[in-house]
Design a protein around this ligand. Structure first.
Ligand code: FES
Length: 110
C-alpha cells in the first residue's frame, strides 16, 4: 500500500498507547488512543482553531485546551449547544503494529 491511495504511515501503535495523542508529521492531523481504538482527526479545533494536540482525552471525548467544548471520538460530534461544526475524522488502519491514516475525510457510516 503506497501513498497513491492516500494512506500515510503515522507511528507505532505502542507509541500511541504510551502518548495518547500523536501529531501526524507534516499534516494538521492527530491520532488518538481512545478506549482501545485508534481515532484520526484534524488538529485545529473547529471552534477557534486551538491546538487539539494539547487537549485531553477522557471518557471517549477529546477536550479542547482553550474553551469548554469537547468532541465525541466515535463521530466527531461537538458538545451540545456549541455553534461549531463537528470534528473531522479520518479512516484508520493498523498494519503490522503501525498506524496508517487515509487523508480523505471519513464519511458517516464508514
Ligand atoms: S477553540 Fe476549541 S472550544 Fe474554543
Amino acid at each position: 500500500m503506497g501513498d497513491e491511495a492516500g494512506w500515510i504511515d503515522v507511528c507505532d501503535l505502542d507509541r500511541l498507547k504510551a502518548e495518547t495523542i500523536v501529531r501526524v508529521a507534516g499534516r494538521d492531523l492527530l491520532v488518538i488512543w481512545n478506549e482501545g481504538n485508534v481515532v484520526a482527526c484534524e488538529r485545529a479545533c473547529p471552534h477557534e482553531q486551538a491546538d487539539l494536540a494539547l487537549g485531553q482525552v477522557t471518557a471517549g471525548r477529546l477536550h479542547c485546551p482553550r474553551h469548554a467544548a469537547s468532541f465525541d471520538l466515535r463521530d466527531g460530534a461537538i458538545t451540545a449547544g456549541w455553534p461549531s461544526r463537528p470534528l473531522r475524522l479520518y479512516p484508520v488502519r493498523i498494519m503490522d503494529e503501525r498506524i496508517w491514516i487515509e487523508l480523505q475525510e471519513r464519511q458517516p457510516g464508514r
